[in-house]
Design a protein around this ligand. Structure first.
Ligand code: FAD
Length: 169
């Protein structure tokens, strides 16, 4: 292990999570150097949220910033060969009309921001996910661009830090 520096231009606390890893990657990409990353657990993290996440990217929020950052992340992971665009379903149970209205609102917001999200019938939802109990749902949302970071976002965090270390040495 290298000697712990007494000063640096940038200190990232929480280096082992996906956010710390992303920050160091993007700083180096923009020409920054003299960066120190520290973490109280491991790098990549073994106790942080990144180590527990389901690694799913779902781009159906109501605000443009969330849509922008999620789309950026999907493209970023895909370029690294770390994204599986498997699509995502959200369902509304029969009798839960508020949930059904919310899914329709999310489709409207998604379309306003240029997404391919749409509502689909219960039959189509069943076709896409055969384990679904079609008779207990009234409708479903389908986002064809949703998907999974593979094998884990924890792995990606480690790879980003490793690449940053290589570039800095
Ligand atoms: C069960 C679960 C499922 C999830 N599923 C999804 C999902 O499907 N899709 C999605 O987008 N998001 C999901 N999330 C949310 C996502 O995991 C987090 O938003 C993301 O991982 C946060 O990353 P982070 O780098 O900010 O934090 P973390 O991954 O928690 O990293 C923070 C790091 O900071 C370190 N640290 C903390 N305090 C200190 C300190 N004082 N000194 C030094 N180091 C410190 C910790 O050790 C840790 O390594 C899920 C979260 C959980 C818990």
């Amino acid at each position: 292990m290298s000697k712990f520096p007494s000063k640096a231009k940038v200190v990232i606390i929480g280096q082992g999570g996906i956010v710390g890893a992303s920050v160091v990657h993007h700083l180096i990409e923009r020409g920054w150097d003299d960066i120190v990353g520290i973490d109280k657990s491991a790098i990549p993290t073994d106790i942080g949220s990144t180590a527990h996440a389901s690694d799913f990217c779902f781009n159906t929020a109501h605000d443009q910033m969330t849509i922008f950052t999620t789309k950026y992340s999907i493209d970023f992971f895909e370029k690294m060969g770390r994204y599986e665009r498997i699509g995502g379903i959200e369902v509304a149970r029969k009798g839960d009309d508020e949930r059904m209205d919310e899914l329709k609102r999310r489709v409207t917001s998604g379309k306003a921001f240029g997404n391919r999200v749409r509502m689909m019938s219960t039959a189509e939802a069943k076709e896409k996910f055969p384990l679904l109990e079609e008779d207990v749902i009234q409708g479903a949302l389908w986002d064809p661009d949703a998907g999974l970071v593979v094998p884990r976002s924890q792995t990606v965090a480690g790879e980003l830090v490793e690449a940053a270390e290589k570039q800095a040495s």
